[in-house]
Write a protein that binds this ligand. Structure first.
Ligand code: BYC
Length: 329
């Protein structure tokens, strides 16, 4: 466990001897599986890592509304429209739970938002890819929410209490999201030849970006060793990616679609599928801001923030008046 992690070469994780007594006591709590709560003592870097990860996670939920929100008015039936609308609203709620969890660490929601809008904080790479047609709504729900669940189910056991509790609630809703996406794929894969072709094309385009959601390969992941020692992350990026591939390949086969990577093969000895890595240079380019939709996504979020100023100002004025009234009573 932790003792093995500290020896990871070049991980930057402190050995027990290098820790202060407070840090050792903190690590012991983590190793016993205790939850850390907002008022507990924690190392500065633990706090910073959580703010970075939870903040990015919250931003992903909010930015993640854009590629799907774009299809609400064009959903093919009233029922599909209502389902997609509910899903996109859920993502806003997930963002709010996560901003709430981040705020318990002493950072304000406005500061996090400003960092996102100025391009100082990241959000998931996947949302920098376009959603071109209705089949993409199926593939996003199935693959993107499917990948998010695999990561988030593990995070339900994360060491920071408010983050872990937010994950429990989010995971329940994510299961519905993934199911609705797969349902769209089932309809299309069993529909007309054109619909099946669209389903295949959406799978082919979104497969590698979905694999990238788990982050760089373990050898290039800068934060994994320390985050696992602190049980902020419960699994490595490659472990979660493998789980996703193992879960998704049989689903592709059930749909009767072709595998998006001809190299996918089941290794009978390990029980796992081998698969091709995504193009990591593309991934690093996307997270640096150079993906197909980065500029549009940030412009849309900036516009929403500016357009919403009158609402925030109105709410603040109302709150101030109410506080003054209460104080005068
Ligand atoms: N995209 O050391 P590493 C969803 C960055 S969406 C962008 O492995 P870490 C949903 C990473 O931040 C899913 N950046 O990092 C919403 C770091 O850069 P910095 C959202 C990425 O943190 C709406 C650098 O690369 N889920 O739910 O240990 C509709 C090195 O990486 C990405 C979460 O956010 C990426 N994909 O591990 C539908 C889950 N990957 O910060 C669905 C919570 C890596 O040093 N987050 N980077 O500049 C995590 O579990 C972890 O943060 C990650 C990365 C596994 C993503």
């Amino acid at each position: 466990m932790y003792a093995q992690m500290v020896k990871t070469a070049g991980s930057g994780v402190k050995s027990r001897e290098e820790m202060t007594q407070e840090e050792r006591d903190f690590q012991d709590r983590i190793d016993r599986g205790e939850k850390i709560e907002p008022k507990d003592w924690m190392p500065d870097d633990y706090r910073k890592t959580l703010i970075r990860q939870i903040g990015q996670h919250a931003h992903s939920e909010i930015v993640g509304q854009l590629p799907e929100g774009n299809w609400i008015t064009r959903a093919p039936t009233l029922e599909r429209k209502a389902i997609l609308l509910a899903k996109v609203q859920d993502e806003a709620g997930h963002g709010l739970y996560l901003y709430g969890a981040a705020e318990t660490l002493g950072v304000s929601r406005d500061d996090l938002t400003e960092d996102l809008l100025a391009g100082r904080m990241k959000y998931s790479s996947i949302f920098n890819y376009p959603t071109l047609n209705w089949a993409d709504m199926g593939a996003v729900g199935w693959l993107v929410d499917g990948a998010a669940i695999i990561n988030q189910v593990a995070l339900q056991r994360t060491s920071y209490g408010p983050y872990s509790r937010a994950m429990v609630r989010i995971c329940k809703e994510e299961s519905f999201h993934a199911r609705q996406g797969y349902h769209i794929m089932m309809k299309m894969a069993n529909g007309t030849p054109d619909q099946k072709r669209m389903a295949q094309d959406a799978l082919n385009r979104l497969w590698f970006p979905a694999l990238m959601m788990f982050g760089p390969s373990d050898k290039d992941s800068v934060h994994t060793a320390q985050s696992m020692a602190w049980r902020i992350k419960m699994d490595t990026n490659d472990e979660l990616r493998q789980k996703f591939v193992d879960q998704t390949v049989p689903q592709i086969e059930y749909l009767g679609l072709e595998l998006p990577d001809p190299g996918i093969t089941l290794n009978k000895d390990t029980g796992h599928y081998s698969y091709a890595d995504p193009d990591w240079s593309e991934f690093f380019d996307v997270i640096k801001g150079n993906g197909p939709c980065n500029t549009d996504r940030l412009a849309a979020r900036n516009k929403a923030w500016d357009d919403g100023k009158w609402v925030r100002d109105g709410l603040m004025a109302h709150a101030e008046k109410k506080a003054a009234r209460v104080a005068a009573e």
